[in-house]
Design a protein around this ligand. Structure first.
Ligand code: ATP
Ligand code: MG
Length: 331
C-alpha cells in the first residue's frame, strides 16, 4: 500500500480495531496512572506501547486483562463492549498477558502450571490433554518445552516461554507482552521477537510494551506513545525516526553544547552506534555508567536527549535507572 493510502499509524483508512479503548481512566491514591486513554489495536498487528517508567503502560494493559477495573472508559473487543472482572474473563475473550514478573509456581511442572492457569477452560479434564496442547503449541513456536520439567529448573527465557504457551493454550488471540525482552540476552530477545512476529503474521494480535526503540523500529507495525498517563500519538514506526519517537516519548528535547575538551570523566553513553562521554556535572542526579539507551537521537548534528532515560521496568539493581540529564556531555 502506498504511503498516501495509509493513516499516520500506517494503516489502511477505516480498518476496524480488534481492541478499542476509549477514555480509559485509572487513579491510584495520589497518582493519575491513566487519563482518558484512547487506543486502537488492529487484528494481526504488532502494536508497540512505548513510554517512560511510570507512563501508565502496564496499568492500561492490566485494565484490558481484567486485573484492574477502570475508573472510567470503555473496552471494546471485536466490536463488543466488555467489562472483565478478572483475567479469567479476559482470557475467555481471547486476551492474555505475559507480565513483567512471571506468575508461575516454581516447584510445579510446566504442565501443572499451565493446567492451573486454565483450569476453568476446556482442559479441566486433565493433565493428559494439557500436555498434548503444550507440546503442540511449543513445537509450533519452536520452543521445545518439556511439559514435565519443573519450572524452577528452567532458564528465565524458558520460563517466559511457559508464560507465552500458557496464554496461547488458554486460547489467547490477543497477546500482550509486558517488556518481554528486559529479562533476556540480546540473542534471546532477537529470537523471541522473531517468534512473536511469526505469530502475528499467522493472525495473533500482539501488544508489545517496550522501552527499546530498536524493537519498535524492527518489529512493530504501529506504536502508541504514552507519556505521564496519557497517549501522545499513534504512529507508523517505519516512517517515524528514532529521534521523533524519542521526542514524542519525553515531550521535550535539549540541544546540548558541543565538545568541551578535557572535561570528560570517561563515563560513556551508548547512543545508537556511537559512544558519548558524559561530563561530571552537579546537575546529574547520580553517576552515569554503562547506560545503553536507544532513546537518544541525533537531530541535525546536535544531540537530542530526554531529561530522563529509561529503565527496563524491573526496578532491580541491574536495571538502568532514570537519570536526569541536565548537564552537558561531550562527543
Ligand atoms: N497498584 C498500584 N498502586 C498505586 N500506584 C500504582 C499501582 N500501579 C501503578 N501505579 C502507579 O501508576 C503509574 C503508572 O504505572 P505503570 O506501572 O502503569 O507504568 P509503566 O508505564 O508500566 O512503567 P514501567 O515502564 O516502569 O513499567 C506510576 O506512577 C505507578 O507508580
Ligand atoms: Mg510497566
Amino acid at each position: 500500500m502506498s504511503a498516501a493510502n495509509k493513516t499516520a499509524a500506517g494503516r489502511p483508512p477505516g480498518t476496524p480495531p480488534i481492541v478499542l479503548l476509549r477514555g480509559i481512566c485509572k487513579y491510584f491514591p495520589g497518582v493519575v496512572a491513566n487519563q482518558s486513554i484512547d487506543l486502537e489495536v488492529l487484528s494481526g498487528e504488532i502494536h508497540a506501547l512505548l513510554g517512560e517508567n511510570g507512563a501508565g503502560k502496564s496499568t492500561l494493559m492490566n485494565i484490558l486483562t481484567g486485573i484492574y477495573q477502570p475508573d472510567a472508559g470503555e473496552i471494546i473487543v471485536d466490536g463488543y463492549a466488555k467489562a472483565f472482572a478478572s483475567p479469567v474473563e479476559a482470557i475467555a475473550a481471547g486476551i492474555g498477558m505475559v507480565h513483567q514478573h512471571f506468575k508461575l509456581v516454581m516447584p510445579f511442572t510446566v504442565a501443572e502450571n499451565i493446567l492451573l492457569a486454565n483450569r476453568s477452560s476446556a482442559y479441566r479434564s486433565g493433565i493428559r490433554e494439557i500436555r498434548a496442547a503444550i507440546k503442540k503449541q511449543s513445537d509450533e513456536l519452536g520452543f521445545a518445552l518439556d511439559p514435565d520439567r519443573r519450572v524452577h529448573t528452567l532458564s528465565v527465557a524458558q520460563q517466559q516461554q511457559v508464560e507465552i504457551v500458557k496464554v496461547l493454550v488458554g486460547g489467547a488471540k490477543i497477546l500482550i507482552l509486558d517488556e518481554p525482552t528486559a529479562v533476556l540476552t540480546d540473542a534471546e530477545a532477537e529470537q523471541l521477537l522473531a517468534t512473536v512476529q511469526r505469530l502475528a503474521r499467522a493472525g495473533t494480535t500482539v501488544v508489545l510494551i517496550t522501552h527499546k526503540l530498536n524493537e519498535v523500529k524492527r518489529y512493530a507495525d504501529s506504536v502508541t506513545i504514552m507519556r505521564r498517563g496519557k497517549t501522545v500519538a499513534t504512529v507508523d514506526p517505519s516512517t517515524t525516526t528514532a529521534a521523533e519517537l524519542t521526542q514524542l516519548t519525553v515531550g521535550e528535547t535539549q540541544t546540548l553544547p558541543a565538545r568541551a575538551q578535557g572535561e570528560a570523566t570517561g563515563t560513556r553513553l551508548n547512543v545508537g552506534a556511537q559512544f558519548f562521554n558524559v561530563l561530571n556535572h552537579p546537575n546529574f542526579a547520580q553517576p552515569i555508567s554503562d547506560i545503553s539507551s536507544p532513546l537518544f537521537g541525533l537531530i541535525d548534528g546536535t544531540v537530542s536527549t530526554p531529561t530522563s532515560i529509561f529503565g527496563n521496568g524491573l526496578g532491580g539493581d541491574a536495571s538502568p535507572r532514570i537519570i536526569q540529564l541536565k548537564g552537558t556531555f561531550q562527543f
